[in-house]
Design a binder for this molecule. Structure first.
Ligand code: PEP
Length: 253
């Protein structure tokens, strides 16, 4: 069971060329060589995976992630990428259910199929959940609970250690408006309670819970300590090597 902090950089559809991707990855590798204690995953666009794998080479200073995947192994699925393809590039983590994909039409059922396939293959699934807006009646909690229950449907407890949950309120993604540390703490407890209801407390604590949404070098330490999460899923700030390193540093105790 992994308990070390985890920071994942989701590069989304950036940077604009493979040479820029190589430069960013090389810079990160250099800076990460002096750091230990936090697991770091970079999820670049698919076409850059081979370049990042080569940059990382033996150093293993970061692991490779994918931003999405198809749940079937092969077949007539134009434009899709399978788990065996990702494995051939040494990908170990796959983001499922990112809000930008949900906004493009991905359903809870599809997220569930992807998560089950990822975990069955022995990779780690990084499940993204989060409400689009907050309300005083607490409906956002119901939304997050529904997403978790749907995504984990028919996942046995023995496989729970292969799941990471990233709480990513949609209103905080790419907006510069992060959730407060108190909000994050409340949600971390809530997610653990939902997991405990399904799997029991012992198994619930096997899931590393991250926060994502406008994390930067300035707010990371407070979100980590007072938000009581195990790390972060970082979008925009993961494209600046110095800032990303500062965020990783904020998770080192
Ligand atoms: C994300 O896309 O998962 C994310 C958290 O983005 P940002 O850090 O830019 O808000």
């Amino acid at each position: 069971m992994k308990t070390s902090p985890l920071v994942i950089g989701n590069w989304k559809m950036n940077p604009t060329s493979v040479s820029l991707a190589k430069k960013l990855a090389s810079d990160l590798k250099k800076r990460l060589a002096r750091m230990t204690g936090t697991d770091v995953v970079i999820a670049p666009p698919y076409p850059y995976l081979e370049t990042l794998r080569a940059v990382r080479s033996e150093s293993k200073s970061f692991a490779l992630g994918a931003q999405n995947v198809h749940d079937e192994k092969q077949g007539a699925h134009t434009g899709e990428v399978s788990i065996p393809m990702l494995e051939s590039f040494d990908v170990t983590h796959v983001i499922v259910g990112h809000s930008e994909r949900r906004a493009a039409g991905e359903t809870d059922t599809e997220v569930n199929r992807k998560l089950l396939s990822v975990v069955k293959s022995g990779l780690t699934a990084v499940l993204c959940v989060g409400e689009t807006k907050r309300d005083h009646a607490g409906h956002y909690l119901t939304t997050v609970e529904g997403q978790i229950r749907a995504a984990l449907s028919s996942l046995g407890k023995a496989k729970l250690g292969a799941v990471v949950i990233a709480y990513e309120p949609v209103w905080a993604i790419g907006t510069g408006e992060n959730a407060t540390a108190a909000d994050v703490h409340e949600m971390r407890l809530f997610i653990e309670k939902v997991l405990a209801d399904i799997y029991g407390r012992t198994y619930a604590t096997r899931v590393r819970i991250l926060y994502g949404g406008s994390v930067n070098a300035k707010n990371a330490r407070e979100l980590f300590v007072e938000g009581t999460v195990r790390g972060f899923l970082v979008g925009g700030a993961s494209l600046k090597a110095g800032e990303f390193i500062d965020i990783i540093n904020a998770t080192r105790t």
